[in-house]
Design a protein around this ligand. Structure first.
Ligand SMILES: Cc1cc2nc3c(=O)[nH]c(=O)nc-3n(C[C@H](O)[C@H](O)[C@H](O)COP(=O)(O)O)c2cc1C
Length: 187
């Protein structure tokens, strides 16, 4: 049984839309995995601790002025020292982005880029954006519906994600400057 960590990057924590989405994810995972949810709005220390033992990590965030949630950004800033370590290397990541209408796909792509650079494994078809616009549009029957990301896609994304959690690959790690990344370089 895999240990899956779900990180909520929303500033609204367990009260927001991302928290509702996380309930859907947990429903789809059912008994296929042991899940633990950390709302990053409450702080990043717990997530940093839990990520070490997780077999895979699911990131959930809304779109806020074209960016992911500030708690998720804080997590990246606080977790810079984990880059290329066993805590992250080759660990599969799935990404779910919510939005009202625009900006989410850019966030999904950039987020997957950041996660890959940190050392996470991004399996194929392991991320999606779901919008209020789609939620409204999908209420009416439409021949274009298949081309919209929809709630049901959670299931196939999780299938790919769990398959990737079974991979065992000895990845090479590029050298990372472990000195204080905050130190001044401008004289
Ligand atoms: C401060 C703020 C900024 C937002 N900016 C955008 C945006 O740029 N594009 C968009 O489509 N939705 C935007 N939204 C809508 C949220 O992304 C959307 O409601 C999401 O589901 C929020 O999840 P949450 O309730 O867990 O925070 C914004 C919402 C807030 C509160």
């Amino acid at each position: 049984m895999k240990n899956i960590l779900i990180l909520n990057g929303s500033p609204s924590g367990d009260q927001g839309n991302c928290a509702v989405w996380i309930k859907l994810i947990k429903k789809h995972l059912g008994s296929e995995a042991v899940t633990e949810v950390v709302h990053l709005s409450k702080g990043t220390a717990l997530a940093k601790k839990k990520i070490v033992l997780a077999d895979g990590v699911i990131f959930v965030t809304g779109t806020y002025w074209d960016s992911w949630g500030s708690p998720l950004q804080k997590f990246f800033e606080d977790s810079t020292d984990l880059e290329g370590t066993a805590a992250l290397m080759g660990k599969p990541a799935a990404v779910f982005v919510l939005m009202h209408s625009v900006g989410g796909k850019g966030i999904l792509s950039r987020l997957q880029g950041v996660l890959s650079t940190l050392g996470f494994l991004i399996p194929p078809m392991c991320g999606m954006v779901y919008s209020l616009v789609s939620d409204v549009a999908l209420k009416s029957k439409n021949s274009h519906a298949k081309d919209f990301w929809q709630k049901e896609d959670i299931s196939l994304i999780l299938k790919n994600f769990l398959k990737a959690c079974d991979l065992e690959i000895q990845w090479a790690v590029w050298p990372v400057d472990k000195k204080n990344p905050q130190r001044r370089w401008l004289k």
